[in-house]
Every structure is written in C-alpha cells, then in structure tokens.
Design a protein around this ligand. Sequence first.
Ligand SMILES: [Zn+2]
Length: 356
Amino acid sequence: MKLRLLLPWALAVMFLASGSVWAQEQGFPITVVPPGKGPYEFPRGYQTPWDRIQMLVTEKLSPNLYCLHGSAGLDPAHPDAAGGRVAVLFGSDGVLMVDTEDPQLASKTLDTIRTFTAAPIKLVVNSHIHPDHTGGNAFFAKQGAVIFAQENLREEMLSPRGARGRAPDPDGVPTATYRYGSPGDPAVTIHMNGETVDFIPMMPSHTAGDTIVRFNKANVIYIEDFYRNFGYPFADQANGGSIRGMIEAVDLIEKIAGPDTTLVPGHGTLVKKKDLLGYRAMLVDILAKVQKLRDQGKSLDEVLAANLTAPYDATTLGDTQQSKDRFITEVYDEIKDLPPVIHGVRKMPARTPAQR
Ligand SMILES: [Zn+2]
C-alpha cells in the first residue's frame, strides 16, 4: 500500500528533475476553430464589416490559457482570422492578456473573455505596435489593466511616423516599459494563476518594439508577427523592423523553445520550432538572391519582375502579389542603406521614381 502511494510521487520527482522545461499539460493545445485557408477575394472599395466579425475562442493552450481571434473571411488585412490573436491567462489572480485586438473588436473581445472568466482584467502586454494588437489598449486600460510593452513601442506610439502610424489614444499608451537587453532575457516575470509568465523583449525584427511572451508551465510562447504562415513575411521597417532581425528572432526561438513548446504566432496556425526552419531558409535564400541582383545594379522594379518568390508560391497560403511585392521591397531596402533605429523608429528614405 505504502509503495503504491510512493511510486507515483517518486516518478513525478524524477520527471521534474529530468529537465528544466515544464511539460505541456496532457491533451493540450486544443485547436477549437482553425484559421481559414482561403483563397479570399475582396471587391474594390470593400470595407471591413466590423459588426459582423465574431471574437471566438480559437485555441485552448492549457486549462487556464486561451487564445481569441476574429472570424475568417471578413477582414481583408487578415482574411484567415480577423485582427490579431489575443492570448488570455485567467484565474483567481485576475486576467493577463497578450495584445488587445483592433479597436472595433475590443468590447467583443471582453464579452468573449467573460464567457469563461469573471476575474478582473489586470495586465496587458503588447507584442508590437500594430493596431490589430494594440487597438483595444485604451478600452482594456479602462477595465483596469496596466499595460506593459517595450520602451520602443511606447516611443513608436508617441511619435508615429511609420506608414501605419496614427495618433495614439493617450489612455492606451503602455505605462510599464522595459528595454531590450541580451537576446532571450526576460525583462519582466509575472507570477499569477499558478503560471510563470516571461515578457521577453526582442531585437528589431517585425518592429523595433517587439516582445514575445513565454508561459513556462503551459510550455507556450506567443511569438507575435516576426513569423507568419499566411502571406509573405512583413518587417515594418518604418517602425524599426528588419528582415535580418527576423532571422535572428527565429534563431532565438530555436535556443529557448523545446521541441514540444507550442508557438503562437500573431496570425495563422499554431506551430512548433521545427516549423520555423523552412521560413528561415526562405528568408536567407531571398536575401541572397536580392543581394546578387542589387550587386548587378538592378532597380527595384527589375528585382520585383524577377519573381524571386516563385519557388515558394505553391506552399505559401495567402500568397498575393501585394504580399510578395512588399516582402521583396523590404529585402531590397534592407540590403542597402537601411537607416538606424532611433527612439524606436527608422526614418525610411523617400523613394524617387528613378530608384524604383
Ligand atoms: Zn499582427
């Protein structure tokens, strides 16, 4: 009798001692509603019908860590699932959210959170500045949340200069900030609801103000938008993003994630770190090919006409001409004369017709 009681305990200790990474909870993650695959087409002049978009619980990552995302086929910026993915840790200590969705979806996001927890909204951390990730900040600040972000994200919000820059709602500007230090080092660690949550500021990659969020017990990392599996990569260079930084970001995930760690992109399907390798290889390949053409003195239009993404089109969901051209243009700009990031913003030079 005594032995039977002891054995499971001894096994549990051995299991915990055998590795520093927490084990993923049995049976998780659960995909409740997968993102759409398309293809999607929207007529000219189409306006997003925000009132028709539902906020759904799309994934359960652990018993108290859920993802919410908008419905598919309605948001032309993100047709596979509207807006940006929100992660919600909940329990008796309150709610911690990663990102706050587009402003038009903020109150629906709260309504959906209220279907599984009545706990107060305590903390928000922003993965990057884009409105599909920070648009609901002011709304959730009014619910009582303290908003955390990298210092650069706050700078980007206070002095918007990028193509997507817009004057911030002062109530939605992050008030708790931290800086990028060494790759992979958490800047903030939060202990709540039995979970240990690390806010890990990133090198300039998708933007200069990126943060990934690690849920240690659930064995989950919210990796935001430096990786995507719908459409071609997007480095927001006006906000300090960098294609080379995105390669560094993938390499960092290789170091800090375990083989079974669930990686949660801001858009698209859940992945494991091995799924990032093809994406990395594509970035390296396209960088080298654009470099070669630039070395030959080719203009941007000539580089675009070379159709360098062709080998990847068949396997890239959401592949559109706009998505390809944006990616190739970023790589072209990055190879030469990419200005430095100052106060979270990279002042991109105006492109004259001759340079195209
Ligand atoms: Zn996004």
